[in-house]
Each structure stands twice: as C-alpha cells, then as structure tokens.
Design a protein around this ligand. Sequence first.
Ligand SMILES: [Zn+2]
Length: 83
Amino acid sequence: MTIYSEKTCAICGETFLPNAGTQKYCSSCRWDIYDASKTRYRAKEIAERKKRVRKQQKEMSEIIRKCEAAGLSYGEAVAKGVI
Ligand SMILES: [Zn+2]
C-alpha cells in the first residue's frame, strides 16, 4: 500500500491523507461532492454552507463561554437576557 503525503482539501482547505494520488478532497468533503453530483450543488455552494456552519459553531461556543462566565445554564442565560 502506498502512503501518499498530506494534501490540502480543495473545498475546506484542511489537510488530509489521501488514499489515492488523485484525491482532491478530504473524507468529509468527498461525500459532499458525492451528494453534490446528485443534487447538482456545486463545490462552491458546499464551501459556503460549511463556512456558515463554522460561523454558527463559533457563535455557539461564544454563547457557551458567556454562560460559563456568568455561571448560568443556557436556559437561565436566555431567560435573564444575558445572551
Ligand atoms: Zn474538505
């Protein structure tokens, strides 16, 4: 079995270990491409979606950080208008 050197995913930009020399995408994006060919989404649209998800995750971690700083649960923080 050949071990290929790390590559950068053409969609998300993360490094991954390819199983084949021609592999362009990481394992998670590869399945998005597969879905994309079925639903006619383009790689760019998938990348945009991933960016949005990352932004949401970032916002969520910020909310969690605020809750922890205030010593409140998420529900309490929402109720008290902290977040
Ligand atoms: Zn990727």
